[in-house]
Design a protein. Structure first.
Lengths: 119, 115
């Protein structure tokens, strides 16, 4: 079974600065997919960024980028130029694939990291 | 475009009572998920539907939980009877399909409190 671990229960950052959220995972699969989701207070969870494990290039979405280290099974999220609206709970998630290489839709989430951006 | 709609947003019941949650996915989304989110934790998948077929219900406690997705659109999740430990947020999500490229869109959730 896959497990996802986020070792930082809470983080804080000043507005306009950069912060990195950590995530490690455990799997025996070779082909899988990784995600970061954001859950603002009292609002819906939304996808921030995703990464295919077989792609070595790190994914980037505007101010959000990842550092994917496959050998270390590490998938950290970097938020540049932090904004007040980035305050949220961030979840790292894993999706595996079947023998045919097709992903099967099940997300396994970590425990989450509460990020607070201070003005 | 309307997002995933869930109702009710909040529900308080006594233990041993039944409760039902409703979800309306984004139009055209064939895949529907029900997740359980305990306080301060990440969501855990309860059941996944492809159209009207439940294709992954291995995490659903079938002795007290049931779900249905008639006509492959709306879905209902039921608990009968509810226990104190069922207090949590129940999230519904939908996506075009089950592939990793198919973004899962989440609803606001139903917060259940069992007294």
């Amino acid at each position: 079974a896959q497990t996802v671990t986020q070792s930082q229960p809470e983080m804080s950052v000043q507005e306009a600065e950069t912060v990195t959220l950590s995530c490690t995972y455990d799997t025996s699969e070779n082909n899988y997919y990784l995600f970061w989701y954001k859950q603002p207070p009292s609002r819906q969870m939304i996808l921030v960024i995703r990464q295919e494990a077989y792609k070595q290039q790190n994914a980037t979405e505007n101010r959000f980028s990842v550092n994917f280290q496959k050998a270390a099974k590490s998938f950290s999220l970097k938020i540049s130029d932090s904004q007040l609206g980035d305050t949220a709970m961030y979840f790292c998630a894993f999706m595996g694939s079947n023998a045919g290489g097709t992903s099967y839709g099940k997300l396994t989430f970590g425990q989450g990291t509460i990020l607070t951006v201070h003005p | 475009e309307a997002g995933v709609v869930q109702s009710p947003r909040y529900k308080i019941i006594e233990k041993k009572q039944p409760v039902a949650f409703w979800c309306n996915p984004i139009s055209g989304h064939n895949t529907l998920y029900w997740y359980l989110q305990n306080l301060g934790q990440g969501p855990e998948l309860l059941i996944r539907y492809e159209n009207e077929e439940a294709v992954d219900d291995s995490q659903l406690p079938k002795d007290r939980f049931s779900a249905e997705r008639l006509k492959g659109v709306d879905s209902t999740l039921k608990i009968q009877p509810a226990e104190l430990g069922d207090s949590a947020v129940y999230l519904c999500a939908s996506s075009l399909g089950p592939r990793w490229q198919d973004t899962q869109y989440f609803g606001p959730g139903t917060r259940l409190t069992v007294l």
